[in-house]
Design a protein around this ligand. Structure first.
Ligand code: C2G
Length: 137
């Protein structure tokens, strides 16, 4: 039977770490559905507005070859609703979230993949703001 993978994220200032996790998630099944955090949810998680708004972030992620469908993630607490709605078999998250979504295991398999080292939206924003000399060691 075809397996549906679900994953979540803000995917702001899209970078290679985002691409790699989406490609590895897609490789675990036949269909990849991505929940993109709303601007409000991102603000509540990170205390800042995303650089790209929800429409641009959805456009970018949905254009990727490895992504089959996107939707807006309104709340971290609705994970199991989203899993059921999208008939997901596996939830994939980066290992910065390790253990956080284990409660979804009664609905689907939960897999944490290793984050790509040395790249993050926060660091890219810092480099753009202050230049690479001051932020990289
Ligand atoms: N990621 C990665 N490697 C990086 C940076 C990010 O593998 N260098 C992964 C994260 O682990 C996450 C995904 O890319 O699985 C999206 O990262 P973010 O956009 O930072 O997502 P986040 O704001 O953590 O939102 O419901 C969960 C959340 O909405 C996750």
């Amino acid at each position: 039977m075809a397996a549906t993978i679900i994953t979540f994220g803000t995917f702001d200032v899209f970078h290679v770490g985002h691409l790699r996790i989406l490609e590895r998630a897609r490789a675990l099944g036949d269909r990849l559905v991505v929940g993109i955090s709303s601007d409000e949810l991102n603000f509540s998680k990170k205390g800042r507005k995303p650089v790209y708004d929800i429409h641009d972030r959805m456009n970018i992620v949905s254009a990727l070859r490895c992504v089959d469908d996107v939707f807006i993630e309104e709340s971290l607490d609705k994970k199991t609703d989203y899993i059921r709605e999208h008939h997901a078999d596996i939830l994939v998250m980066g290992d910065d979230w390790a253990g956080k979504f284990d409660f979804c295991q009664s609905y689907c398999n939960v897999v944490y993949l290793e984050r790509t080292p040395s790249v993050s939206t926060t660091e890219i924003i810092e480099v753009i703001r202050h230049g690479s000399e001051q932020t990289r060691s």
